[in-house]
Write a protein that binds this ligand. Structure first.
Ligand code: PLP
Length: 461
């Protein structure tokens, strides 16, 4: 590696040659590029030596915190022994076998089979192909439509973007057919004329209304995140998921829980479907599966579906060169060992989760915040221009969120902005002192942003 390049030189090279994901390339300034060089626990360091708290666990993935040497050691040992072999054509490898067995152990009882991929996006591509193939094998090829939700995020491949409910993504490159979207359970944004409980039932019944409209005989599956992450941490009312499960129980469609963010302890259970009591037929997993140490994803397949594929299905023409990659499986296994040994799921449910939630919710009293919400260790603040009229929104949309995010970064905390919602998703290893520090910086950030927004005439008060 080139050593001792100045931050400026690194930024110049980055601007010249590196095409960033999810970026407005026209407006990304040179000096805005932050070069992250090192990380440990919940802390990041940049090339200027600034220490910043990683309030987003990377991209919702570093559940066990940064710099865990035992994952590095496990990967190193595996790389020395067998750095790559595939799992096609009647071959397998030890790390893939052990990881599949471990996933069968920690997932709900209906799951005993894992299919491996490299990410959440390709996992959802697998889901699309598998649920439609399932119904073909069952002799019901007309069951093709997959239902999803507005403002869902299911990845950025063609299928992932089509499953997702982001209009901007649909407009870039088009979508695949036979996917339809129902409303999201976003009470603060769309339901405040009802109680939370009423709205939860109303939003759930959108599934029933849709099935009646297009005919259950045409529907393959419903896919949903237990809590929508990239859409802005939309925590559904408590009535939502039980009502969805009631509808699913009455209908002959498959249910896919996209656990890419909610899996691996994030909501205080191993999986989000356990927090909310749903019974999926498939689960998509990635991110926290390896805490981001190496790229790996997995799709869990229920016994009911596996039996059909093991029966008269013939060959399923699907797989990735890196399905079950030995080094990635070794990283995931070491990560899960840490999670179990340090009881990070229980800690999120009973200790650091409630501790941070209590303090985070107090931020809801700030004049800039319309609602503060958090479940497990994933939360959001909905910013509003006028606390006395919660129906008002910032104009232009997103400007307040961007400004607040920049203040947060400069104050030493990574919070993400989803338009005018501030998102937090820290490592599950966060200590009480670090939680206090997180809330202290978030609070100062809200003060700084509020002062700016008032000065610019964008916020009341
Ligand atoms: C991040 C994410 C994905 C996509 O995962 P990648 O690894 O980025 O492809 C899919 N679903 C959800 C819920 C996600 O948060």
């Amino acid at each position: 590696m080139n050593v001792n390049l100045s931050t400026h030189d690194l930024r110049l090279k980055d601007a010249a040659h590196h095409f960033h994901p999810f970026t407005d390339h026209g407006s990304l300034g040179l000096d805005e590029r932050r070069v992250v060089t090192r990380a440990d626990g919940v802390w990041l360091w940049d090339s200027d030596g600034n220490r910043i708290m990683d309030g987003m666990a990377g991209l919702w993935c570093v559940n066990v915190g940064h710099g865990r040497q035992e994952i590095v050691d496990a990967v190193r040992a595996q790389m020395s022994e067998l750095s790559y072999y595939n799992t096609f054509f009647k071959t397998t490898t030890e790390p893939a076998i052990h990881l599949a067995e471990k996933l069968a152990e920690i997932t709900p009882p209906q799951f005993n089979m894992a299919f491996f991929g490299g990410s959440g996006s390709d996992g959802n591509d697998t889901v699309v192909r598998m649920v439609r193939t399932y119904w073909q094998i069952m002799g019901k090829p007309e069951k093709k439509i997959i239902l999803s939700r507005v403002n869902a995020y299911h990845g950025s491949t063609v299928a992932g973007a089509a499953l997702g409910g982001m209009a901007g993504m649909h407009g870039q490159g088009g979508v695949i057919g036979d996917i339809q979207h129902i409303m999201q359970p976003y009470w603060f944004g769309e339901g405040r004329d009802m109680s939370q409980d009423e709205f939860g039932i109303h939003a759930a019944r959108a599934l029933e209304r849709k099935l009646d409209e297009i005919g259950e005989e045409n529907v393959a599956a419903f896919i949903a995140e237990p809590i929508q992450g990239a859409g802005g941490v939309i925590i559904p009312p408590e009535t939502y998921w039980p009502e969805v499960q009631r509808i699913l129980d009455e209908r002959d469609i498959l249910f896919i829980s996209d656990e890419v963010i909610c899996g691996f302890g994030r909501t205080g259970s191993w999986f989000g479907c356990e927090t909310y009591g749903t019974r999926p037929d498939m689960m998509t997993m990635a991110k926290g599966l390896s805490s981001g140490y190496l790229p790996i994803g997995a799709v869990m397949i229920s016994d009911k579906m596996a039996e059909v594929f093991h029966g008269k299905g013939g060959e399923f023409f699907h797989g990735y060169t890196y399905s079950g990659h030995p080094a990635c499986c070794a990283a995931a296994l070491a990560n899960l060992e840490i999670m179990q040994r340090e009881k990070l799921v229980e800690r999120t449910a009973n200790d650091i989760g409630p501790y941070l939630q209590e303090r985070w919710k107090k931020l809801g009293e700030h004049p800039l915040v319309g609602e503060a919400r958090m479940k497990g260790l994933v939360g959001a603040l909905d910013l509003v221009p006028d606390k006395n009229d919660l129906s008002k929104r910032f104009s232009p949309e997103g400007a307040a969120g961007n400004l607040t995010r920049d203040h947060s970064f400069n104050n030493g905390l990574v919070m993400r902005a989803v338009r005018d919602r501030m998102i937090i998703c820290p490592p599950l290893t966060l200590s009480h002192e670090e939680a206090d520090e997180l809330v202290r910086i978030a609070s100062k950030t809200l003060d700084d942003a509020y002062a700016d927004l008032k000065r610019q005439g964008m916020a009341a008060g």
